[in-house]
Design a protein around this ligand. Sequence first.
Ligand code: MEV
Length: 439
Amino acid sequence: MNIVSGFSKMSKTQKLDWLSGQLDSEASDLVKNLREYWHPDEKLQRRFDEFSENTLTNYDLPFGIAPNFLINGKVYSVPMVIEESSVVAAASLGAKFWLERGGFKTKVISTVKIGQVHFQWQGPKDKFETFFAQAKSEILDSVKFLTHNMDVRGGGIVDLALVDMTHEIENYYQLKLSAQTCDAMGANFINSILEELAQVLKRKIASSHHFVGTEKEVHIIMCILSNYTPECAVESYVECPIDELGSFAGGMTGREFAEKFATAVRIAEVDPHRAVTHNKGIMNGIDAVVIATGNDFRAIEACAHAYAARDGQYRSLSKVSLENDMFRFSIKVPLAVGTVGGLTSLHPIAKTSLAILKNPSAPELMQIMASVGLAQNFGAVKSLVTTGIQKGHMKLHLLNIFNQLDATPDQIEKGKEYFSDKVVSFTAVRNFLAMTTNH
Ligand code: MEV
């Protein structure tokens, strides 16, 4: 590849031409074909282009729904965007299973989000603490112009604390902001306040007669919201008497299932290798809804995994109890999401997802996401402790392999039957297609 300058200023066509000119003919043709994924509505395409930078085209992912989610007595069809086979099927089966057993019950713990002004200050710590205690309300007043609209909507700043971090890094302190951002994810709101707070702090210290010499200088390192929002969490659970669980594949009774299932979840509590995969299954469901609704899946992922390790060991996000002959399966997970602002109204499919969910508030969306994560986890662990994961997985995987190998609809139909009692592999499918093409 050659070095290029001014790439971002090129039109999309120029960008594609430049890139295809850098590649061998096969890759060059693939790049030229990226045009085929442009949206026919130019205005809409421009909007997609502007979500990010150096856009060449769009990247399609399947958008589906998992119906029959009974959550706190209300039935939802939940939109999910995910490329992995079996995830939507597992969520739907989990939803149906619990629909018949009372559905999901949820509770939002809190929706408080965190932001930090990281700074250094040199001087006696108690002097700064005294100053902060006296100046705190004035400091907060000086950012009222930024919080006014959010205050009116019932949100705003909940607290501002001075955190002494000098035991970790010399002269290092934080202003820790806690805020309620209503139905917005709130990143812009929090970051704007933090940057203003930093300036106010600097000015106040510089002009305060309490301080002399270098004490008058606040060295701002950075201002940024924290994606670790352990308080902005939600709980979802399902429960039923163990003998109402029914029976399972291979003649397994409800009690046998409950015990094996509980052991599997406990393994994910004690073993990080299993816990990561277990939680990955939960996030299969949560992320799919996060993406469908235009939320930030990287933030959600980062936070969920940090939360899973909050006591120093990475553990399962879900729990099972089998007390009093009841099977109770629950999850507690932080989910800082929004239903207004950002991509939620700009991306037409994100907007549609929210409409399908009947335009939930952010706390309602948290409850839906946690329930989908729990259903997903239930489906995955249920498969693992009964039939094994490959059986269901391979059925859908088979379809993906057929599509990769350009099989005809007729070959796919015959292939499904052929592979119903055989091990699926790429080679086996290719051999099958060669066989059927030759006949
Ligand atoms: C696959 O994407 C997710 C699972 O591995 C989750 C799990 O093992 O619990 C099936």
